[in-house]
Design a protein around this ligand. Structure first.
Ligand code: HEC
Length: 108
């Protein structure tokens, strides 16, 4: 009984580690460049870059990232469900995690 419980706890721990490693902020950045930049200004730092195509009409990704009410769970829910006028981006689970990891890195 006891060893069974131990193995269960260990497996749960490994699962957590797996998820953390799967989220890749760099991959999230290229996803954001490709899929979010059309509408969201990505950062204050790249304002001179021709790649910046975002508009003032939507919150910048940096301001979303810094909003304490927009934590990882909130972002995941936002990104998995369609939110007109924002298009359904059809991100996979791991792409969603990457984008969230990128936003969290931006918030620091
Ligand atoms: C076609 C334009 C468009 C694209 C592409 C887009 N968004 Fe949005 N997004 C919007 C609009 C417009 C809103 C505001 C919606 C509203 O307020 O109801 C929004 C809102 C959001 C919000 C909620 C902000 C808040 O504080 O309420 C998040 C988070 C978000 N977008 C993340 C993303 C991410 C991440 C991507 C790329 C994977 C992305 N968006 C791509 C247009 C877009």
């Amino acid at each position: 009984m006891k060893t069974g419980l131990c193995a269960g706890v260990l497996m749960a721990l490994f699962a957590v580690v797996d998820v953390t490693q799967a989220a890749d902020a760099e991959a999230g950045r290229s996803i954001a460049d490709r899929w979010c930049a059309a509408c969201h200004v990505i950062s204050d730092g790249n304002a001179d870059s021709p790649a910046v195509r975002g508009t003032d009409a939507v919150p910048t990704l940096a301001s979303i990232a810094r909003d304490p009410n927009r934590g990882p769970n909130w972002l995941r829910q936002w990104l998995v469900a369609p939110h007109p006028p924002m298009p359904d981006l059809n991100l996979s689970r791991s792409e969603t995690d990457d984008v969230i990891a990128y936003l969290q890195r931006m918030a620091r």
